[in-house]
Every structure is written in C-alpha cells, then in structure tokens.
Design a protein around this ligand. Structure first.
Ligand SMILES: CSCCC(=O)C(=O)COP(=O)(O)O
Ligand SMILES: [Zn+2]
Length: 215
C-alpha cells in the first residue's frame, strides 16, 4: 500500500516540480552528464515534501511520470515506486536549509575524474577563476571556493554524516563531490542550482586541464 500523505500537499506544485525536473534532466543528460541512468534531481514541493527522480530511470528520456513525492525523511508518499537510492542526501539538504529548493546530482566526466584526483586531499580549492562568481555569495575571482570530496559509500547515512561533520567544523558548504561518483549542487531554485552545477563542472574541467598542461 502506498503511504498516504500525512500532510496536505498541492498536486499542482508537485506537477510543476516534476515537469521542471524532467526538462532539466533531459537537457543535462544530453550533455553526457547523466550516463547509464546515473544522477538524480529533486525539488522541494513544500515544507514537508520533495519531488525526486525514481531510482534507475533513464535521465535522457525522463518525463514527469519518472518523478515521485517523498517526505523530508525520504519516505515515499502516495507511491509504491522506489525513490532515488541517494534520496537521503537530497532530503538532508532540505532539512538543513529552508532556503534550498532544488538539488541536482550528476556524473559528468569532469566531475568523476576530479573527484578521484582530489580525493586524497579531500577538497578541491578553486581560486582565481572569474566563474567562481556564479556561486551565490562569491563576488570576486579573488576568493577561495572549497568543494569537499567525500569518500564514496553505498550507505547514505555515512555520507550524510560526512556532510554534517564538514558543517560542524564551521566550513561553508556550497556543493560537494563524492569520490569516483559525482557532484551534488543545490540552490534556492532550479535556476540557481543549475547555475551552480554548470559553473562547478566548468571549473573542475579547467582544473583538470591545468594539471594536464603542467605535466
Ligand atoms: C547506475 S548509476 C549508480 C547510482 C547513482 O550513482 C545514481 O546517481 C543514480 O541512482 P538513482 O537511484 O537515483 O537512479
Ligand atoms: Zn550518483
């Protein structure tokens, strides 16, 4: 039996989130950032719910029917489908920050390679790039933007603990990489989340190019 909503939600809000998720997923999959069903997208529907991609769906053909509702503990609401295996990482961000309304996770080549290259240091330090200004709160190339790289695991609570520990250390968190896996970025709305994701993918690609050119 699908879990019935314990709290009312607007079907039309869910539908517009599902539509937006599907459109953005197809666009980014067309760039090769979500190969072989990888990646997952979500949007906050209201204070208690998020719309998130169903696990294992082909993101290059994603439609609104490939998106389902969960509560902010990641439990399915009104559906027997299985939400993304990484749902816990999305709902953690919604619980942490009320201003976060969209979370995007992709597996581009630059993200995957950079995650491996910087895993030992545990962080990518971006400095001197004009495009850092695409990240909300950054107003100059003359700043340092730290993107942590967390070890990969199939156990989402472990990753959630890594995120919590980073924040407990008082370090700002704008996005994160998972080693050998991909990138998580988010924003106040889909446009901001996508700008963050695109900027970071570009900057990670530049860092990789610099290393290739300096060997
Ligand atoms: C075949 S991709 C491996 C799982 C993954 O990392 C991912 O992003 C997709 O998982 P989901 O359950 O959201 O389809
Ligand atoms: Zn993934």
């Amino acid at each position: 039996m699908p879990r019935a909503p314990t709290q009312a939600f607007s079907m039309s809000d869910f539908s517009s989130c599902a539509q937006a998720i599907a459109e953005h997923a197809r666009e980014l999959a067309a760039r090769g950032w979500m190969p072989a069903t990888s990646g997952n997208f979500s949007m906050r529907v209201d204070d208690g719910h998020a719309a998130i991609t169903i696990s294992g769906r082909d993101k290059s053909r994603l439609g609104p029917d490939d998106v389902m509702l969960v509560d902010l503990q990641g439990r399915p609401v009104g559906s027997t489908a299985r939400p993304s295996a990484e749902t816990g990482l999305h709902t953690q961000l919604y619980r942490l920050w009320p201003q976060v309304n969209a979370v995007l996770h992709t597996h581009s080549r630059a993200q995957s390679v950079a995650s491996r290259l910087f895993a030992r240091e545990g962080v990518v330090r971006l400095a001197g790039w004009e495009l850092q200004k695409a990240i909300t709160g950054f107003h100059s190339h003359d700043s340092v933007l730290e993107i942590p790289v967390f070890p990969n695991t199939q156990h989402m609570p472990e990753l959630e603990s890594r995120v919590a520990a980073w924040l407990d250390d008082g370090r700002p968190l704008h996005a994160y990489l998972i080693d050998g896996h991909g990138l998580y970025a988010w924003g106040r709305d889909m446009a901001e989340a996508r700008r963050h994701l695109e900027a970071l993918d570009f900057l990670l690609g530049c860092e990789l190019d610099l290393r290739r050119l300096s060997t």
